[in-house]
Write a protein of this length. Structure first.
Length: 86
């Protein structure tokens, strides 16, 4: 599993010039973090797509009451995952 990244902490700056110096000094680090987050998002998107396909295939053979319960549980799980990945 991918290492969870901590949110970047950007301090307050008294002037735009000081902020520009801070960002310039960390440019490579920030760009690397952006690339890692983009890769992680792609992996999650691929996983979600595969999972959705599998769920739809299984749901096709379910009775309507069973399908309603499964849909409800799936929504709960999706909501929890969404909260963790925001």
């Amino acid at each position: 599993m991918a290492k969870e990244m901590k949110p970047a902490v950007v301090p307050g700056f008294p002037t735009e010039a000081e902020e520009a110096v801070w960002w310039d000094a960390r440019r490579a680090e920030v760009e690397l973090e952006i690339r890692q987050r983009m890769k992680q998002k792609r992996r999650l998107d691929d996983l979600a797509e595969g999972t959705a396909t599998e769920i739809n295939e299984r749901a096709a053979g379910m009775a309507s009451e069973e399908r309603a319960r499964a849909d409800s549980e799936t929504k709960k799980i999706a909501d929890r995952v969404h909260l963790r990945t925001r």
